[in-house]
Design a binder for this molecule. Structure first.
Ligand SMILES: NC(=O)c1ccc[n+]([C@@H]2O[C@H](COP(=O)([O-])OP(=O)(O)OC[C@H]3O[C@@H](n4cnc5c(N)ncnc54)[C@H](OP(=O)(O)O)[C@@H]3O)[C@@H](O)[C@H]2O)c1
Length: 381
């Protein structure tokens, strides 16, 4: 199978090298921007790929929604299989790409878009055929896991942890999608689409780690907790629950053993019980390995991760309830029902009574709209 590659950046170079070395795959043309075609295998227009009858499949590793969607649709309409590592593209346009692929008898797989090298979506798509997926999620963003781990084990403050993550290449120059939880939210959206045939809209319910301070870390570490940023998805009636938030875990929870920039994705099957997968969620070769794995899956007859009936839905996070650790200005403490509270200078650190995920996230948004600072983390998942 001859494979063209769209984009020649971090992941694209890795995919191309793996294709060059693969026994069962052949490297085809690589799409680059005009002026960057400094080698014979590089081309600068999508037509040179879509109209090339020798190309069987296309791997999109450019990023962004456009022109990735237009290019993906074009090659699928030309009957070529399409795989992508682009979570933003699949979260926004996955259902449309899946329909175009099915109309044209071409395959559409995207396992690198959720978990990087961790084969989470493949396992989920197989498990859902025979088992009921009760819940799923985990640590789906390596950048924030690195930062939280550095703050907790190395005692760094937020700014230094971010600088370290950028120096090591884990965080991008603009880290907003990672630290806000949006990147992890997009990944759990894809997992919901695979497991439940429902692709939730990009809702508001992603709380990242932007507001965590060294004082928060000291407070909950003194009480025996470790903080991780977790994505969670489950069924919620006819809809799904899907959200991302920091969670405080007791030592012994499997997530506490996930250090540095590793990912840990898991699902709870009614029959299988808990299945946990751990590995590198990002990086050139881990991500490229997942892209190339999709291509070999296509060769073995797997064409889709999304069922034809997969549809958009609004997430419903009103049914799941947790107690939360919350730090907020003392004068706003009445915003939440407290189980216990400690005054610490001009802030209150409280443990709430169990409240819904949506109540907690909406309260935090209200506090921030009053230009006040708040950090919260669910207790124990
Ligand atoms: N890096 C990871 O570890 C990782 C992990 C999982 C998933 N992903 C996903 O994989 C995708 C690629 O990530 P990356 O880290 O490889 O990004 P990257 O290093 O920025 O590479 C993207 C490449 O695509 C090129 N490109 C963008 N638009 C193009 C266009 N219209 N025509 C031709 N070339 C174009 C870029 O060129 P310019 O530099 O000239 O813009 C760049 O060379 C993203 O969707 C990302 O979310 C990445």
């Amino acid at each position: 199978m001859k494979v063209a590659v769209l984009g020649f950046g971090t992941v694209g170079v890795g995919v191309y090298e793996m294709l060059r070395n693969a026994r069962c795959l052949e490297a085809g043309p690589v799409l680059v921007r005009p002026g960057k075609d400094d080698a014979p295998f590089k081309v600068t227009s999508i037509e040179q790929i879509a109209e090339d009858p020798s190309v069987d499949a296309v791997a999109e590793v450019m990023g962004g929604i456009e022109p990735a969607f237009t290019y993906g649709a074009a090659v699928l309409r030309a009957g070529k299989h399409f795989v992508t590592s682009n979570k933003a593209l699949v979260a926004a346009k996955g259902i449309e790409l899946n329909a175009i692929a099915r109309e044209n008898g071409a395959a559409f797989l995207f396992s690198a878009a959720c978990g990087g090298g961790v084969p989470f979506l493949h396992n989920l798509s197989i498990a859902r055929e025979t088992d009921e997926i009760l819940s799923m999620g985990g640590i789906l963003n390596g950048t924030t896991n690195y930062m939280l781990d550095a703050m907790q084990r190395l005692g760094l403050d937020y700014e230094d942890a971010l600088k370290d993550a950028q120096r090591l290449g884990y965080a991008e120059a603009d880290p907003t999608a990672d630290v806000s939880g949006l990147d992890a939210l997009r990944k759990i959206m894809l997992a919901c689409a695979v497991a439940y045939d429902k692709l939730p809209a990009e809702g508001l319910l992603h709380e990242g780690i932007e507001s965590i301070t060294a004082a928060d870390v000291a407070h909950f570490q003194a009480r025996g907790y470790t903080c991780r940023l977790l994505a969670k998805g489950s069924r919620a009636g006819d809809s799904v629950s899907a959200y991302v938030e920091p969670v405080l875990l007791r030592a012994g929870a499997p997530e506490c053993a996930v250090l540095e920039n590793y990912n840990m994705a898991s699902y709870l099957g009614q029959c299988s019980g808990s299945i946990v997968l751990m590995g590198q969620g990002a990086g050139r070769y881990p991500t490229a390995s997942a892209v190339v794995r999709d291509l070999t899956c296509i060769q073995r007859g797997k064409k889709y991760m999304l069922e034809p009936g997969c549809a958009h839905t609004d997430a419903d996070n009103s049914q799941v309830k947790h107690a939360y650790y919350v730090r907020l200005p003392a004068e706003l403490a009445g915003e939440l029902p407290a189980e216990s509270a400690e005054l610490d200078g001009d802030v209150v650190r409280m443990i709430t009574k169990p409240i819904s995920v949506s109540q907690m996230h909406f309260t935090a948004a209200r506090v921030r709209s009053a230009e006040a600072s708040i950090f919260f983390a669910a207790i124990g998942g």
